[in-house]
Design a protein around this ligand. Structure first.
Ligand code: PEP
Ligand code: MN
Length: 354
């Protein structure tokens, strides 16, 4: 058993593109959107939510099972593979009964292992394809856990969808992209296709093109883009949906990097330099840790508390000043020294317990 590649998904290995409305609203809305998308590229997978997870009651909750035959019609008459969101066993069974076999698990479902397990059991051993959105919170383990549950249920066609994370207070994004998380996922599962959903990351159609390009620059394997025949009339996620014509323009302008197997010489030289710098950094960190251990012993002998808030505040403020002089970002400096300081305290604590 093995995870299938993008090439096995779409036959050409180019970025895997999924497009279609946030929600199925009518048979006409689905078929006109699908026709316009099919005329761009028949390899695009068509998406539409049928059961919509909404934050507040009273908003449009989706058409429900009635829309399943409309979706199937798109596969049969227009020739696009279709996918929809499922959140429980009943919905999986309704999709399978209607012949819909590409299913995605939403961000609000991935957070809960009970739901994921129920869905994984419902598709176990079946010939289905599963896409798993990241959980709302930046919890890589919950995302990995969900992927593993489907893999263990025998699903080989798996895709992770990076749709961003609960936003930081002052963020311009609807969901903060936090690229470090999909990058870390790629590190764990080099064969797993990961695609980005710029619609839910941005929440705003003006920013979609930029995030699509960011995804390509970050080596993501494809995109899921909410596309509606008439976004102004959309019943959900109106601000972030684009027209098929806009989708075509975005795809046309997308710069897809051909990663040559032989990197240019100047890149190799710079990488070598970075390797040397990193080794020096680690050696210095080791030296710093040895100092911290000696300090730990002195604190122990003199009955001083492990954590000295005054010293820590002074230390951090000083480094922030140095960083500013050097042109290093303040947020990076604080994160870095918080991590270094936490390790010092952990080492000292260990020494006290020995
Ligand atoms: C969706 O894709 O329409 C959706 C509800 O997404 P998410 O689970 O990422 O919020
Ligand atoms: Mn949506």
């Amino acid at each position: 058993m093995r995870i299938r590649s993008v090439k096995e998904w779409n036959g050409n290995g180019r970025p895997l593109i999924i497009a279609g409305p946030c929600a199925a609203e009518s048979r006409e809305q689905l078929s006109s959107t699908a026709q316009a998308i099919a005329s761009i590229d028949k390899n695009i997978i068509f998406r539409a939510g049928i059961w919509k997870p909404r934050t507040r009651p009273g908003s449009f909750q989706g058409i429900g099972g009635e829309a399943l035959p409309w979706l199937k019609e798109i596969e049969e008459k227009i020739g696009l593979r279709v996918c929809t969101e499922v959140a429980n066993r009943e919905q999986v069974e309704a999709c399978l009964a209607a012949g819909i076999t590409t299913l995605w698990v939403g961000a609000r479902t991935t957070v809960n292992p009970f739901y994921v397990e129920e869905i994984a059991q419902a598709v176990k051993g079946k010939n289905v394809r599963i896409l798993i959105k990241n959980p709302i919170h930046p919890d890589l383990n919950a995302w990995i856990g969900s992927i593993e549950r489907f893999y263990q249920a025998g699903i080989e066609y798996l895709v992770a969808i990076h749709r961003g994370f609960h936003p930081l207070p002052a963020s311009k994004y609807r969901n903060y992209p936090n690229w470090a998380i999909p990058i870390e996922l790629k590190h764990h599962y080099p064969d797993l296709p990961i695609i980005t959903d710029p619609s839910h990351i941005t929440g705003n159609r003006q920013m979609i093109e930029k995030v699509c390009q960011d995804a390509m620059d970050m080596h993501m394997d494809g995109l899921m883009i909410e596309t509606h025949i008439n976004p102004e009339l959309a019943l959900s996620d109106k601000e972030q949906q684009i027209t098929p014509a806009e989708l075509q323009q975005i795809l046309l302008h997308l710069e897809i990097h051909r990663d040559s197997t032989l990197p240019p010489q100047n890149l190799e030289n710079l990488r070598l330099e970075i390797d040397q710098i990193d080794y020096q950094l680690l050696k210095l960190l080791k030296k710093r840790m040895d100092c911290a251990k000696q300090i730990g012993k002195i604190k122990m002998d003199n009955d001083l508390a492990l954590f000295q808030p005054e010293r820590w505040n002074k230390l951090l403020a000083e480094r922030q000043l140095w960083a500013e002089e050097l042109g290093i970002r303040d947020a990076f400096t604080s994160d870095l020294f918080k991590t270094i300081h936490a390790e010092s305290i952990a080492l000292q604590k260990k020494l006290w317990r020995e």
